[in-house]
Design a protein around this ligand. Structure first.
Ligand code: ZN
Length: 104
């Protein structure tokens, strides 16, 4: 589905300063003659810091960018199951036969 969509501008989150930024869909700044990065904003300090970090973690930039977007809520609300079915029920309802509680 996403492959056929026309290029859309994405909001990215800088891993250096946590700023949210909106590079052009082409991911280049023609006037500046530089490429936009999915993991850091245009500040030189962020560029060098984040580039160095990326070298050490060996994870593709796109993946890290998605993590940062998700953490910042840029891709919409964090998905944690359906509304109304909060995680609460998962652990509080064990089978009676499992029998592991503090009284035993
Ligand atoms: Zn930054």
């Amino acid at each position: 589905m996403h492959d056929t969509d026309p290029p859309r501008r994405q909001i990215y989150v800088c891993l250096g300063c946590a700023a949210q930024y909106l590079p052009p869909a082409s991911m280049t700044y023609p006037l500046l003659g530089i490429d936009a990065s999915p993991v850091h904003c245009g500040m030189p300090a962020c560029a060098s810091t984040v580039t160095a970090s990326m070298r050490s973690i060996h994870v593709p930039q796109e993946t890290v960018a998605k993590w940062a977007q998700r953490a910042a809520g840029v891709q919409g609300p964090v998905r944690r199951g359906r509304p109304g079915r909060i995680v609460r029920g998962r652990r509080s309802n064990p089978s009676p036969t499992t029998g592991r509680n503090k009284l035993q």
